[in-house]
Design a binder for this molecule. Structure first.
Ligand SMILES: Nc1nc2c(ncn2[C@@H]2O[C@H](COP(=O)(O)OP(=O)(O)O)[C@@H](O)[C@H]2O)c(=O)[nH]1
Ligand SMILES: [Mg+2]
Length: 253
């Protein structure tokens, strides 16, 4: 079964989008399973079919190794790799036609430690996609937008899997601002113009050069606006996901 990994900075909306898309898929009669890979999650907006917290307990780690919450989360992220056979077995047993994987709250625990790419490789040999989330409210400033482009390129450089880019929480911005940001993704010239207009001095220079360097990598990818509160954009998002995971077919017939 194909897998989609939902990735983004802390609070970018990974867990709520996982919940919204899985509900939306169920309504479309698609057989979906949801995996929680965040050992530090206290409360989730969905009930996971597979839960890493069954294997790794952050509270226990804090006590056993006298760690603070950050240290315990780092250790937990690494310990997940040791449980990969169990987790892969649980995913297999869920026997769904598509699997959504919600990743740890702090992106670096998944993307920038050895265990993340190992987990992505070992969990399945079937088609997979990474879904990278740009927080809309954060991204409205071109400086922040370029920083997020940089992070998404860094994530690509860790996994080398097909990557979809979403603009999350777009219900929080007026339509015109959502359009401005999606235009930046589609049209580098528009982003350069906004950088010239909105930024000055070192910030302008740095943002422009960083943006040009990232564009030169050739990983241009459109930004799909979505909202996990209103379900806006889920059709578009899922069409793109289907194209990567199944070649454009439904997951369940
Ligand atoms: N308005 C709005 N808020 C959202 C949306 N998605 C997530 N949030 C809120 O943003 C916060 C962080 O979301 P969460 O899914 O936990 O982020 P995660 O850390 O990436 O998993 C929560 O308070 C959510 O309710 C959205 O589409 N619209
Ligand atoms: Mg989360």
């Amino acid at each position: 079964m194909p897998l989609a990994f939902i990735i983004g900075t802390a609070g970018s909306g990974k867990s709520l989008l996982t919940a919204a898309l899985s509900e939306w898929l169920k309504m479309s009669k698609q057989d979906v399973a949801v995996v929680n890979l965040d050992p530090g999650a206290l409360k989730l907006p969905y009930s996971p079919d597979v839960d890493v917290r069954n294997y790794v307990d952050v509270g226990n780690l804090m006590e056993k190794y006298s760690l603070g919450p950050n240290g315990a989360l780092i250790l937990a992220a690494d310990l997940i790799a040791d449980e990969i056979d169990n987790i892969a077995g649980d995913v297999e047993a869920a026997n769904a036609d598509v699997v959504l994987v919600d990743t740890p709250g702090q992106m670096e625990l998944f993307a920038f430690r050895a265990s993340g790419p190992y987990i992505v490789n070992e969990l399945t040999k079937e088609p997979k996609a990474l879904v990278y989330m740009f927080d809309a409210v954060f991204s409205i400033n071109p400086l922040n937008y370029v920083s997020n482009m940089f992070l998404s390129a860094a994530v690509y450089n860790r996994f080398f899997q097909p990557q979809i880019h979403l603009l999350s929480k777009c219900d929080l911005l007026p339509e015109s601002q959502v359009e401005t940001i999606t235009d930046w993704a589609a049209n580098p010239r528009a982003l350069e113009d906004s950088i010239e207009e909105k930024l000055k001095g070192t910030k302008r220079l740095f943002s422009r050069n960083m943006m040009r360097a990232i564009n030169a990598l050739g990983i241009k990818s459109l930004l799909i606006p979505v909202s996990a509160k209103t379900n806006q954009g889920l059709t578009n998002f899922n069409t793109t996901l289907e194209r990567i995971l199944t070649g454009g077919d439904k997951y369940t017939y």
